[in-house]
Design a protein. Structure first.
Length: 152
């Protein structure tokens, strides 16, 4: 289970809000699966800033080295998309429904699926802002964890 500290809960809510707003068109175009048929996309969403977010199924216990390799491959295929790496697909449909409900204001971080997401989103790849307004892409642990590697 993830910690219920106010800082973490606030950060996770902000992350979910920015990353998981559902696009009106469903955004089903998956360049990732075209470039690698072994990659399984659990869901795709586009937020209000038109940033595409994809939830990718990965094996439980995947190493950081394999995550970095996969992140690089996915980033090359879709350089403007955020990726969320999930190691359990048993509740992926519920997760996707929660994301949709959260976007509408009909879900909260106190919902049980939120804890499940914290346990099973093992990493994420997204753009970060550095000093002086510079931007870079990095792979980080979990939903809001420490950075594992910069991805180019």
């Amino acid at each position: 289970m993830i910690s219920r500290s106010p800082w973490l809960a606030s950060g996770l809510l902000l992350l979910a809000l920015l990353a998981c707003n559902v696009s009106k068109d469903g955004n089903t175009n998956d360049n990732v699966t075209k470039s690698d048929p072994d990659v399984r996309v659990l869901g795709t969403f586009t937020n209000r800033r038109n940033v595409v977010n994809k939830y990718i199924f990965v094996e439980k216990g995947i190493s950081n080295d394999k995550l970095v390799e996969l992140a690089k491959k996915l980033h090359r295929a879709e350089p403007e998309a955020n990726f969320w790496f999930v190691d359990d697909d048993s509740k992926s449909e519920e997760m996707i429904q929660w994301v949709k409900a959260y976007e509408k204001g009909d879900a909260a971080a106190t919902d049980p699926i939120f804890d499940w997401m914290g346990d099973h989103i093992v990493a994420n790849l997204q753009q970060y802002f550095g000093q002086g307004g510079t931007k870079y892409w990095a792979l980080a642990k979990g939903m809001l964890g420490d950075q594992i590697a910069k991805i180019e």
